[in-house]
Design a protein around this ligand. Structure first.
Ligand SMILES: NC(=O)c1ccc[n+]([C@@H]2O[C@H](COP(=O)([O-])OP(=O)(O)OC[C@H]3O[C@@H](n4cnc5c(N)ncnc54)[C@H](OP(=O)(O)O)[C@@H]3O)[C@@H](O)[C@H]2O)c1
Length: 284
């Protein structure tokens, strides 16, 4: 593939140690802080992130764009753990959430990146499930951490391979921040979430998401009402005075696909809204 074109990069952005192949393809060096929660999503131009009736609908939305696959691989390569919700696992049967599965052509470079960074051979995989209703034959669950309720644990114990870890984060419900605490207690610093929209809503509501990588795929998907085609946040709606502000850190291009990187200030999401609010006031 050709290299991604860099349209904008925030001057403060740090570059990490990456094998030459990855630097050339990405058009620079990508790094993530040692302790961070970052999300990666793709949407259509009109904001559709999932088509609930379709398996692997995010792949349909991205069109398998090589730039999108490369960034997905890179973000996984930097991760200690990849966290998804049960809905995403169900929609991607057979998925492995490894760097190599995202972009096989850079398998060796991903391995070297992790080795140079002192990371384990592959990121750990973690799933959030309230119900515990998972297909326990999924290959990704073999050595996964499943964060669930007491009911979920009862359902899954004995059904999952012994190499998997089941943690009950609450009796009946729990917030994703509790899941992040559990992953941190396992020693994971860089936590990548690939969704889906329900998990994302929880992470944003609880203000634990630090960065967002968003691919805008050049397609118009449309909606017919209802919630079968959510955006990448589903299950929470902020009032205009509570919108969450974000700071643009990087913009890349591959063909007509756009790759945006945003920072969400972790202390108080509203901090970065000040300029936006001022602009709105000026307009009267
Ligand atoms: N465009 C993209 O980049 C992208 C990325 C990922 C996924 N997707 C798409 O998103 C769709 C799935 O959407 P989704 O919203 O259902 O996915 P999801 O967020 O991955 O999964 C939702 C499920 O996760 C569990 N969960 C979430 N928050 C929880 C909490 N606080 N406590 C306990 N369990 C919790 C629940 O599982 P239980 O039902 O087991 O209780 C819930 O039903 C699929 O079509 C997939 O392809 C798109």
């Amino acid at each position: 593939m050709n290299r991604l074109e860099t349209l904008f990069e925030s001057p403060g952005l740090q570059g990490g140690d990456m094998p030459k192949q990855l630097q050339e393809l990405y058009g620079g060096r990508l790094a993530l802080p040692d302790a961070t929660v970052y999300g990666n999503f793709v949407t259509s131009i009109d904001g559709v992130a999932a088509i609930k009736s379709e398996l692997r609908s995010s792949l349909g939305i991205s069109g398998g764009n090589p730039g999108d696959r490369l960034i997905m691989g890179l973000l996984r390569a930097w991760a200690d753990v990849v966290l998804v919700g049960a809905g995403t696992l169900r929609a991607h049967p057979g998925g492995l959430w490894t760097p190599a599965q995202a972009y096989p052509l850079a398998t060796e470079s991903f391995r070297r990146l992790r080795e140079q960074a002192g990371l384990t051979i592959a990121p750990q995989f973690a799933v959030l499930s309230g119900s515990g209703r998972l297909d326990t034959r999924e290959p990704s669950l073999k050595s996964a951490t499943v964060i669930t309720t007491q009911l979920g644990r009862t359902r899954l114990e004995g059904a999952l391979p012994k190499t998997a870890t089941i943690v009950a984060a609450g009796d009946e419900t729990f917030g994703p921040a509790a899941a992040i605490d559990i992953l941190r207690s396992q020693g994971h610093g860089r936590i990548l979430t690939e969704g889906g929209p329900t998990v994302m809503a929880g992470l944003i509501k609880e203000k634990v998401l630090n960065e967002l990588f968003l691919t805008i795929s050049p397609v118009l998907a449309g909606r017919n009402g209802g919630s079968t085609r959510p955006g990448f946040i589903n299950g929470i709606a902020f009032e205009p005075h509570d919108f969450i502000g974000a700071i643009l850190m990087s913009v890349r291009l591959y063909g007509s696909h756009l790759f945006l990187r945003y920072e969400l200030p972790s202390s108080d999401y509203k901090d970065c809204r000040a300029p936006l609010a001022a602009g709105v006031n000026k307009l009267g």
